[in-house]
Design a binder for this molecule. Structure first.
Ligand code: ATP
Length: 284
């Protein structure tokens, strides 16, 4: 049986004064140690679900559990959850509060009342990990959007969460910045953090994630491995998510080539490698 690090069970939520319920019985488990993607069209409730992951919002019905233990909506428990679950908002402007890069990263550590020398060391290490050492004293309003996004992730990661949730972290990033961010997330994941990313981008989800969830209308409608998601063409197209580009390319390849290549490659690099290997065999 899969062990869920965080589990949402039958959550219902309507915003105060809202006309419509946003979460309509969503049940979704985040498997420990995996890179996960949450897909769904605009307004289906992804961000609202994220706000339930560390108790910022409390469900009106249903339950959130951490390692099988239901959330208790009391200050001490919620403080513990904000440490275990790091949340990176869609808009970094909502997250960055201090005036310079290093001050911003220090903020959460100061709140934890850590000794100044420990804070200095942690900030220095995280700046190095994120390649931002030279930006330490730069005012936040001088940063590019890509740098702000990296800083928002760094500011959460310095608190060493066990689960990192990112709300559309690649939105508005160019290909180069997107690749860098995904590489950083891989690094974070290799160091033992479970990662869940909300995205509209099926190509990123297919290439990067090991577990894919799809929401619609405040409910979960699919959860499974990326290859299983490919069997859901009709559902993915009806939600305007579409199929990954590589799956579309795969469709038009000759059957003999597909047989030799095994399954659909997960990335362009994997496709190239498989094609080159095939050419080498053919030229022997
Ligand atoms: N603070 C709020 N007050 C009232 N309604 C809200 C609030 N935040 C979000 N909503 C509404 O809740 C619904 C779900 O929004 P949410 O941001 O959770 O969806 P989403 O799937 O993350 O969308 P997107 O992909 O566009 O970011 C939308 O109809 C939105 O207008």
């Amino acid at each position: 049986m899969t062990s869920w690090l965080l589990e949402f069970s039958n959550l219902h939520y309507t915003y105060p004064g809202g006309q419509k319920s946003v979460l309509n019985g969503v049940s979704l488990g985040i498997p420990e140690g995996k890179k996960c993607a949450l897909l769904g069209r605009n307004g289906c409730g992804k961000s609202t679900l994220f706000l339930h992951a560390n108790g910022i919002l409390q469900p009106q019905q249903g339950q959130v559990s951490w390692r099988g233990n239901p959330f208790v909506y009391k200050r001490s428990f919620l403080q513990e959850m904000t440490q275990k679950v790091g949340l990176v908002f869609q808009d970094p402007e909502h997250q960055l509060i201090a005036s310079t890069v290093s001050e911003d990263i220090s903020y959460g550590l100061f709140n934890r009342k850590l000794p100044p020398e420990v804070i200095r060391e942690k900030v220095g290490n995280i700046l190095e990990t994120f390649g931002m050492t030279e930006l330490a004293e730069v005012p936040i309003h001088h940063l590019s959007l890509g740098q702000k996004r990296r800083l928002a992730v760094a500011g959460v990661m310095v608190l060493e969460p066990e689960l990192l949730l990112l709300d559309e972290p690649t939105a508005y990033l160019d290909r180069y910045q997107t690749k860098n961010l995904l590489r950083e997330l891989d690094h974070i994941h290799q160091n033992g953090t479970t990662v869940l990313m909300a995205t509209h981008d099926m190509d990123i989800a297919f290439e990067w994630a090991e577990w894919i969830c799809v929401m619609d209308g405040g409910r979960l409608i699919f959860a499974g491995e990326p290859q299983e998601a490919l069997a859901q063409r009709e559902m993915l197209e009806s939600l305007h998510l579409g199929m990954p580009l590589l799956a579309e390319v795969w469709e038009v390849l000759p059957e003999s080539l597909k047989r030799d290549m095994g399954g659909i490659p997960r990335s362009v690099e994997e496709l190239k490698k498989k094609l080159e290997a095939k050419q080498e065999v053919a030229s022997v």
